[in-house]
Design a protein around this ligand. Sequence first.
Ligand code: SAM
Ligand code: SF4
Length: 439
Amino acid sequence: MTQSRKLFIKTYGCQMNVYDSERMAEALGGNGYDEVGSPEEADMILLNTCHIRERAAEKIYSELGRYKELKQAKPDLKIGVAGCVAQAEGAEIMRRQPMVDLVVGPQSYHRLPEMEARAGGREKVIDTDFPEEDKFAHLAARPKAKRGPTAFLTVQEGCDKFCAFCVVPYTRGAEVSRPAERILTEARDLVDRGVRELTLLGQNVNAYHGQGPDGRDWTLARLIRRLAEIDGLARIRFTTSHPNDMSDDLIAAHGDCDKLMPYLHLPVQSGSDRILKRMNRSHTRDSYLRLIERIRDARPDILLSGDFIVGFPEETDNDFRDTLRLIEEVGYGQAYSFKYSTRPGTPAAERAQVEEAVKDARLQELQALITRQQRAAQDAMVGREVGVLVERPGRMPGQVTGKSDHLHAVHMTADLNPGALVRVRIESSGTNSLAGVLV
Ligand code: SAM
Ligand code: SF4
């Protein structure tokens, strides 16, 4: 019997990191670790990092600095850095913070238990390889540990698209899809453990082309249709998609697969063709708008979400106005927006940069527009009957809270357990959530 030890994981960045952190926690469970909620209690601290925007590495170094006293008080404490900063910085992390025992890149997580066993004291362990094997296949879950009603499941990783602003192709590597059978096995296991809603993840999830049990490459739509056959699985979502990989069969699935939820995150980044070209996005404003039209033909009530970058190098005020016009034209229910952030090693880093104050002003204007649209989409739910998956008790006594089919947070007063799937009539719309009554 391995001795019980405590693990604290701090996760930065996207949902794929959340999924990776869960897998790492489960893998380290085999080494006797149980997760805890604070670094002070921990025998091992693992930072799962993100490199997508500037100062990511600096943030990690300053976070590590805060653990110095903990390490002095408890010399056996192991400190590890995982994720995209680990991949990008490698051994530099140990040079700058010698108290770090272990550095592991996103493609080597299956080697973590063995690395953890070796690391500590004078022994520094580092692995930022891109091995061939499917790391998730080696990251076995602890048998039958109970789960909440929603879960992420990574089906695809990496990216071959090389947008001029983005580090993902460098930190996560080339696009790889997991075999369908492994995903189906993992999904069935999650459902057995209480999961009712799965969100399939990938940096370009709709480029999924994993091998099917028939030996052929399956599309994401085919995978979704097979997942939909799993009894007990009620809802399927996927994120993040690239406009160029939105195939006809995936659009059709949005129209006729009941378990596929009416929500789509489809980043466009900019509404200006001139900027899209410089971003190397390989789609135009018009092709994006036509795509949205086809998706809405298949599923008229779909709620659209997007990503926008303001202040990309050489973006003029006219370019920015084109982006605002595109947002007006599409009508988003939700969106993420960012100021362009220089990423060393990417093509756009070398170009003429937009002034910070201009970026700030553009971001504010764009976010104000998105907030108005988001609120309008939410308000439009009042009076409608929606499906809600209960996730947890609410803040008020007797209240529960969950997510609607369109991913709105919904509160209601009801005696229900997490995992209950109910119909709710929406009565009011607040700042960030809806309130309703059971039908
Ligand atoms: N693959 C997805 C796509 O192409 O839409 C996006 C994945 S990326 C991890 C998430 C978002 O981060 C991007 O859609 C983009 O808006 C933003 N992002 C990436 N690099 C950025 C940069 N250098 N500066 C600002 N935002 C950036
Ligand atoms: Fe980055 Fe997405 Fe472009 Fe790939 S498609 S380079 S992940 S923004």
